[in-house]
Design a protein. Structure first.
Length: 402
C-alpha cells in the first residue's frame, strides 16, 4: 500500500513528544511491513519558532489571541488544503491517515473530492482537552464539538488508543463500528531485557544497589506528589535503595529538588534532567522496580507508552490501577496494581519487591513476554495494516456493486 500520514502536532520534541513518538514508531513499523509510507508533520516546530522570532506578533497575540484563536485555527484549513492538495496529487496514495486536531477539516475536503480512502487517528479528545486544559478562548458555542465529531464520522474508519477514548467518541455520535482500538506499544529493538545498564550504573554509582525508577515529566497527572510521599517512606528504611527519576519539566520539578536538598539525599535520589528518548532504554535497564503512580483522574483516556517500555525491558512495574493500565497489567503476575492515591499500598508493594528479588525477576520476565507477544509496535502495525485493508476492501466492494 501507498500511505500518506498527516500529523498536526507542534513542539514535537517538547509537549507533544509522546504522541510524536507513537506516530513515528507506528508508521515506521508499517514501512518494515513493506508499505510505502510518507510522513508529513504539518506543523512541526515552525509555528513556535515563528512566534518567538516576531515580537510584534507576540504583542498582538497576547492582547488578541483569546478572541481570534478560533477563527485563526479555522482559517489554517485554507493553507492546509492548498498544500495537501499538492501533496496528494503528487503522491497518489491508496489511503490517507490523518491525526485528529481541534478545528481541523482540510483533509476531509480533498479526500471526498478525489474519493481517497480516509482513516482518522483519533488519539485525543480534542474538545475535552480544549475545555479542560486550554486557555480561556472566546468560542462559538458547539462549533469545536461539531467539527471534531464530523471529522471522525465522515472518515471511512478511525482508530484510537483506548477503550475509554472509543467510548468518548461513541457518546459524540460516532458509530461504534467505525472505531477500533489500537493501543500504544514499544520498540523491542531498543526496549528489551538485554539492554546494558553499565553506563548509567557507573555514571550514578548504582552498582550493587536496588534502583527504584520513574520516567516522565514532573506534572501532577503523573502522580509526582505521591512519588515524594513514597520516597520519604522508603529511602530511610532501606540503605541499599536509590531512586532514579528520569525526565524534566513540569511544575513539581522544583518541589522534588527542594525535597532532595532539604533531606540531603543527593547521592540516593537522582534527577537526571532531560534524557533523549533514544537514550531512555539504558536508564530503564538500570532500574529494578519502576513506578507509574497516576492519581485518580476522572477521565483517564491515555495509553501510556512508558508502561509498555517498562514492561518490554523486563522490569517489575508498580502502577495505579486506572484506565488501560488495568487492562494491560495482570496484578501479581506481570506487575502490581494499586488503588490510585493509595500511597501506603504502593509503598507496601515496592517494599515487598525490594525484599523479594525472585518476585521482581519473575514479574519482569512475564511483562517482557506479554509485550513481545501483544504490544510491540510491529504488532500494532499489523493491526493498523488490517484496518487499512478492511477499508480498501469495503471500498472495492462498494464500487463493484455500483
Amino acid at each position: 500500500m501507498k500511505i500518506d500520514y498527516f500529523n498536526y502536532l507542534y513542539d514535537l520534541e517538547g509537549i507533544s513528544i509522546g504522541s510524536y513518538i507513537k506516530g513515528l514508531e507506528l508508521m515506521n513499523a508499517l514501512e518494515t511491513r513493506g508499505h510505502l509510507v510518507k510522513k508529513y508533520w504539518r506543523l512541526g516546530d515552525e509555528s513556535t519558532a515563528n512566534e518567538k522570532s516576531n515580537s510584534v506578533r507576540q504583542i498582538l497575540k497576547a492582547h488578541l489571541h483569546r478572541y481570534l484563536h478560533e477563527s485563526s485555527q479555522i482559517f489554517k484549513n485554507i493553507k492546509f488544503y492548498i498544500e495537501e492538495q499538492k501533496i496528494l496529487n503528487t503522491d497518489t496514495p491508496d489511503i490517507l491517515i490523518a491525526r485528529l486536531e481541534s478545528y481541523l477539516f482540510s483533509p476531509l475536503i480533498y479526500v471526498r473530492k478525489m474519493d481517497i480512502p480516509f482513516i482518522v487517528e483519533a488519539d485525543s479528545p480534542v474538545v475535552y482537552e480544549l475545555d479542560n486544559f486550554g486557555p480561556d478562548y472566546i468560542r462559538i458555542p458547539h462549533l469545536a464539538e461539531k467539527l471534531e465529531a464530523d471529522f471522525v464520522k465522515k472518515a471511512d474508519m478511525a482508530f484510537c488508543v483506548s477503550n475509554t477514548l472509543k467510548e468518548y467518541f461513541v457518546k459524540r455520535g460516532v458509530p461504534e463500528e467505525k472505531l477500533r482500538v489500537i493501543t500504544n506499544g514499544a520498540d523491542l529493538n531498543r526496549f528489551n531485557p538485554d539492554i546494558s545498564s553499565s553506563e548509567v550504573e557507573e555514571k550514578y554509582n548504582l552498582r550493587d544497589r536496588i534502583v527504584v525508577g520513574f520516567v516522565g515529566s514532573f506534572h501532577y497527572w503523573h502522580g509526582v506528589d505521591q512519588l515524594i510521599d513514597l520516597i520519604k517512606g522508603l529511602i530511610l528504611e532501606f540503605d541499599n535503595v536509590s531512586f532514579l527519576l528520569v525526565g524534566s519539566g513540569g511544575p513539581m520539578a522544583g518541589e522534588l529538588k527542594n525535597f532532595i536538598r532539604s533531606e540531603n539525599l543527593t547521592n540516593r535520589m537522582i534527577l537526571t534532567g532531560h534524557v533523549p528518548h533514544e537514550s531512555v532504554p539504558k536508564y530503564i535497564s538500570a532500574m529494578d522496580i519502576v513506578l507509574a503512580p497516576y492519581p485518580d483522574l476522572r477521565f483517564f483516556y491515555y495509553s501510556p507508552v512508558k508502561i509498555f517500555e517498562y514492561m518490554a525491558c523486563g522490569k517489575a512495574v508498580v502502577s495505579s490501577k486506572i484506565g488501560q493500565i488495568a487492562e494491560v497489567i495482570e496484578h501479581g503476575v506481570d506487575g502490581i496494581l494499586c488503588t490510585p492515591g493509595d500511597v501506603q499500598a504502593m509503598k507496601d508493594s515496592v517494599r515487598n519487591l525490594i525484599l523479594n528479588k525472585e518476585k521482581r525477576l519473575s514479574m519482569g520476565t512475564a511483562a517482557s513476554t506479554k509485550v513481545r507477544l501483544s504490544y510491540s509496535w510491529q504488532k500494532k502495525a499489523e493491526e493498523l495494516e488490517s484496518l487499512c485493508m478492511d477499508v480498501l476492501e469495503k471500498r472495492r466492494s462498494i464500487r463493484s456493486s455500483q
